[in-house]
Structure formats: structure tokens, C-alpha cells
Write a protein that binds this ligand. Structure first.
Ligand code: PLP
Length: 234
């Protein structure tokens, strides 16, 4: 029941903040990040009105998804994608892959999709903090990379994703603002196979700032499900 309360609380909070920003008419997608949490927690969230959820490991998603007995709208993949996991990931029919971070992985996806005559919505992950430890294309390479990936006809680029800094959320504000600028810039380029609909940024600790800077897709885990215990991950 705690999860249902948290879902309700976060939804109200998002609505109040959108209203304060004059953005109440806009649709915001709340992606519940369910990594490390058990299937019954996912089901509880789905019953409480969550319709999109995200996992960051293909192996873990392969184990959990078949066990989910409550219907949902979209499974999102938000973690670093390795080429040897692509077929498994595609078998789970992700609504959106947030984490395409190289032309190489886009090409591998394109080849796998072509073999089964499928299309896939993706986001391009941008590493705004330029931290070595994070995946994502660098800010300076983003446009070139998007132009190249837009040539893959099986992929539809639906927007951008980024992970803010893990320290004080205000530190990410100028970086989120830069993301929004990049988002608008790509939108104006009007490239084939590019529909800039989603700007995926904002997690439990920084979604307020992300909303203020123009995010329309939030990925929230611990604020819904409580502290993660990575030991629980199998
Ligand atoms: C874990 C994770 C989140 C959610 O983080 P919380 O701090 O629990 O809200 C969001 N995005 C990505 C890519 C993640 O790996």
C-alpha cells in the first residue's frame, strides 16, 4: 500500500509543479524505474495507475517481465545497452529504448530489427555531465550522431535522454537547460525518422529541476519504491 501512496503523492506533486509552471496542459510521462524491485512491487505500482516502467539490465528484465500479470502500456529500457543483448531486449518489445549512445549500437539495432521487419522508438542518451563513468554521446557530438542514426530506417528517434548529476540537484540545472536547447535545435532540423517528442530527464532527487527546465518524461525509482537494495538483484 505504501507504493500506491507514493504514486499518488508523486502524481499530485508533478501536477502542482506543472500548474505553477503554466504547463498543466502538457502530457508528462512518468516512467517508474523498477530495477532491483521485485515483481510484486511492479504489479502494485501498475495497479496504482502507473502504466510505464523501466529497467536498466536486460537480464533482469528477461527474468521479471514474463512474471508480470497486470497489464501495462510500455516497458522502457533505460540502461547501457550491449550489442550481445540486443536480441533479448527486442524480444521484450520495449516501447522505448532511452539509452542509444553510439552510432555502433544504433547500427546493431537496425540490423536486428531489419531481420524481423520491425521498427523501434529510441531516445539518444546524452552525457551532459561529461563524466567518464556515464554513458551517452557527448554534447558536442550529439547532432552529428543524431544525423547519422537518423539514416537507419528501422529506428525512430523520439527525443533525448540524460542523467543529471548525482550530487545537489541545482548543479544539473544549467545542464538540463542545455539539453532543452539541444532538443529544440534538433527539432528545428526536421530530420527524417526524427520526431522530437520526449525529453527524458529527471529522477527522484532532481525531477523538480528537470520539470522547471522543460523535461516531459521523468524516470523515478526510489521515490516510489523506497531505497534500493542491490543485493536483491538476481
Ligand atoms: C535508477 C535509474 C533512475 C531512477 O533513479 P531514482 O534515483 O531511484 O529515481 C533513472 N534513470 C536511470 C537511467 C536509472 O538507472
Amino acid at each position: 500500500m505504501k507504493i500506491a501512496k507514493n504514486v499518488e503523492h508523486i502524481r499530485r506533486d508533478i501536477d502542482a509543479r506543472l500548474k505553477a509552471l503554466g504547463r498543466e496542459a502538457e502530457a508528462i510521462t512518468l516512467v517508474a524505474v523498477t530495477k532491483t524491485y521485485p515483481v510484486d512491487a511492479i504489479e502494485e505500482a501498475l495497479k496504482a495507475g502507473i502504466s510505464h516502467f523501466g529497467e536498466n539490465k536486460v537480464q533482469e528484465a528477461m527474468r521479471k517481465l514474463p512474471l508480470i500479470s497486470v497489464p501495462y502500456e510500455g516497458f522502457h529500457f533505460i540502461g547501457h545497452l550491449q550489442s550481445n543483448k540486443i536480441n533479448q531486449l527486442l524480444s521484450l518489445k520495449p516501447a522505448l529504448i532511452h539509452s542509444v549512445d553510439s552510432v555502433y549500437i544504433a547500427q546493431k539495432l537496425h540490423l536486428a530489427l531489419g531481420r524481423s521487419n520491425r521498427y523501434q522508438d529510441i531516445l539518444i542518451q546524452v552525457n551532459i555531465s561529461e563524466e567518464e563513468s556515464k554513458s551517452g554521446v557527448s554534447f558536442n557530438n550529439a547532432i552529428t550522431c543524431i544525423e547519422e542514426i537518423s539514416r537507419y530506417s528501422t529506428l525512430c528517434i523520439r527525443g533525448l535522454m540524460t542523467i543529471g548529476k548525482l550530487d545537489a540537484p541545482e548543479v544539473s540545472r544549467p545542464l538540463f537547460a542545455k539539453m532543452k536547447e539541444l532538443f529544440n535545435q534538433v527539432k528545428e532540423m526536421d530530420l527524417p525518422n526524427v520526431h522530437m517528442d520526449y525529453l527524458s530527464m529527471g529522477m527522484s532527487h532532481d525531477y523538480h529541476i528537470a520539470l522547471e527546465e522543460g523535461s516531459n518524461m521523468l524516470r523515478i525509482g526510489s521515490a516510489l519504491f523506497g531505497q534500493r537494495d542491490y543485493k536483491e538483484r538476481r
